[in-house]
Design a protein around this ligand. Sequence first.
Ligand SMILES: Nc1ncnc2c1ncn2[C@@H]1O[C@H](COP(=O)(O)OP(=O)(O)OP(=O)(O)O)[C@@H](O)[C@H]1O
Ligand SMILES: [Mg+2]
Length: 239
Amino acid sequence: MLRFDSVCYNAPDDGADIIKGLSLDVNDGEILVVTGPNGGGKSTLARLAMGIIRPASGRILLDGEDITEKGITERARLGVGYAFQSPPRFKGLTVKRLLSIAAGGEVDDAECCRYLSRVGLCAADYLNRSLDATLSGGELKRIEVASLLIRGLRVAIYDEPEAGIDIWSFNMLVNAFATLGREKSGALMIISHQERVMQMADRIAVIADGTLADVGETKKMLPLLTDIFRKDCIKANGC
Ligand SMILES: Nc1ncnc2c1ncn2[C@@H]1O[C@H](COP(=O)(O)OP(=O)(O)OP(=O)(O)O)[C@@H](O)[C@H]1O
Ligand SMILES: [Mg+2]
């Protein structure tokens, strides 16, 4: 279980409050979908969880252990994984190598194929491709998702996994997450704006203006989302 405990984060340049004392649990065996308006702080929260940035105050706990001061590598070793909103490219690193690194040891073609097909990619076409500029944005995104799926993570965080992905691959992605959800191993946090992704969540959290605007069971939250977004818009713009 991952716990954000009264976490605050300020922008490094001007010290602006980006995350304002936010507390949220991502429970084992649940799919938590985090949504909310652009610029609300969702990716910042994910980066805080992964240890890419550190909070100004508050704590981040993994199964009760305080990991606030631990770095990215240490958190990865503990089983925290993050699929970036915009995945980085690594010239020279092949897809097969990436999947092997992610899995923590050499994986054979059949195993790679199993995970790439979950995100709608044909392994034969991709295994020896380099993660460079020649891959399209959607291909890169799906490979990154596969590289997280292949890891047995305690906490997996996917940041808008649907972004830039075609509708057929999106359907596969939703199925892959549903399977993960059914396996109920570890905690799964998906940042998303897609209703279909929200529908398979156990709980939905809305993050707006660096705060937790609301959180609750999916059945309760889905009908409320329009109102929550509208209220946030009124607060931010007076519209
Ligand atoms: N290093 C930084 N310096 C200044 N502002 C920052 C920094 N990092 C994030 N921000 C600002 O913090 C806010 C939250 O950003 P974040 O990327 O977390 O939003 P988000 O909820 O993921 O949005 P989206 O839905 O568009 O992906 C934004 O207004 C962003 O411009
Ligand atoms: Mg974001």
